[in-house]
Design a binder for this molecule. Structure first.
Ligand SMILES: Nc1ncnc2c1ncn2[C@@H]1O[C@H](COP(=O)(O)OP(=O)(O)OP(=O)(O)O)[C@@H](O)[C@H]1O
Length: 326
């Protein structure tokens, strides 16, 4: 039977004393997908990842990989590999020996492990740095070494805990493109923890939004962004307005809001104007006190600029508003 590298969480719970860090989570990650686990600080995403990796014991429930329960296996026997936020490279070992380290622990002979380490270093475009020490590398280069080191064991699943957070913004964007490319080439699932919405949207085939120890919504990136199920997801993903209507709360995209003529739209008073380059973010308070955000194309805004305190009318396509379940 072909391996699908299918990872599943079944009624997974983690308690630390009174704190429930992960609460009865059941989820099947799509095979071969780039998955981002996204959520605010403390929502349980790192605990979930650490339980998958085996660095944290499961309180209840199980973790299945290709149908086998790996919950009780030691980390090295699970078929998972983890890349950490701070890369955790050994400072006294050169790049090749860092990458070969876990093969050495498994008793693989030196020529074989060096050959494999060199292959992985080529894969991440670091072959020419094999003899350097980690301190002689830039942050982005150290990250590539950490990736090669995680992949040297041929994992079925790669787990990444905030892998880009130590990089400056330019490098972060470049490295995320490289991660995506690598995942496509390898074809194994990557499960990447982040608290960056942009990062998740840019990378993920599937976005899993966690809140308060549970999965609030999971699905393709465009679906989660365009059709948030709850107010939390709409607000957390950003770029949406949430308003109360007689039929319940609805969310609609801020880039779909326009300034309307005198007889149309909802009256509001501008509270802030922020130039963002391609668009202008205009915030306005309605008569009932709700704050609405309009992301206006730059040219439209500057054709008739508005300032805080001015009265405006805001309209949007109600057909594209999304009814929220909670
Ligand atoms: N070792 C621990 N002992 C006790 N409580 C813990 C421990 N690790 C995590 N927690 C608690 O479990 C909850 C989830 O933590 P977790 O680290 O999974 O969150 P997170 O979503 O990854 O947050 P962040 O983005 O800040 O890393 C938090 O309330 C946290 O305080």
């Amino acid at each position: 039977m072909a391996r699908s590298n299918q990872l599943e969480l079944v009624q997974l719970t983690k308690r630390y004393g009174e704190t429930v860090a992960v609460d009865d989570v059941t989820h099947a990650f799509p095979a071969g997908a780039y998955v981002c686990l996204l959520g605010p600080s403390g929502c349980g995403k790192s605990t979930t990842l650490r339980m998958i990796a085996g660095h944290e014991e499961v309180t209840e429930g199980s973790i299945l990989l290709d149908g086998f329960d790996i919950s009780d296996l030691p980390p090295a026997r699970r078929g998972t590999a983890m890349m950490f936020q701070n890369y955790a490279l050994f400072p006294h070992l050169n790049v090749r020996d860092n990458v070969a380290f876990s093969l050495r622990m498994k008793g693989v002979d030196k020529p074989t492990r060096h050959k494999r380490a060199n292959e992985l270093l080529e894969l991440v475009d670091m072959g020419r740095f094999a003899d350097r020490l980690p301190a002689q590398l830039s942050g982005g280069q150290q990250q590539r070494v950490a990736l090669a080191r995680a992949l040297v064991t041929d994992p079925k699943v790669l787990l990444l805990d905030e892998p880009l957070s130590a990089l400056d913004p330019f490098l972060r964007i470049r490295m995320r493109a490289e991660l995506k490319k690598l995942q496509r080439e390898l074809g194994i699932p990557f499960v990447h923890v982040t608290h960056g919405q942009d990062e998740a949207l840019a990378l993920a085939d599937e976005v899993v939004v966690m809140n308060n120890a549970v999965i609030e919504q999971a699905g393709p990136a465009r679906e989660v962004f365009n059709a948030p199920r709850t107010e939390f997801v709409a607000r957390f993903m950003g770029g949406h307005n949430v308003i109360a209507t007689p039929q319940g709360k609805v969310a609609f995209r801020a880039d779909g809001v326009r300034l309307a003529g005198p007889d149309a739209g909802l009256p509001a008073t501008v509270t802030a104007v922020e130039y963002q380059g391609a668009s202008v973010a205009l915030t306005a308070a309605t008569e009932s006190g709700e704050e609405l955000l309009a992301l206006l194309p730059e040219e439209d805004f500057f054709a008739a600029p508005k300032s805080p305190g001015e009265a405006v009318r805001l309209s949007w396509d109600e057909g594209r508003a999304n009814r929220l379940q909670a």
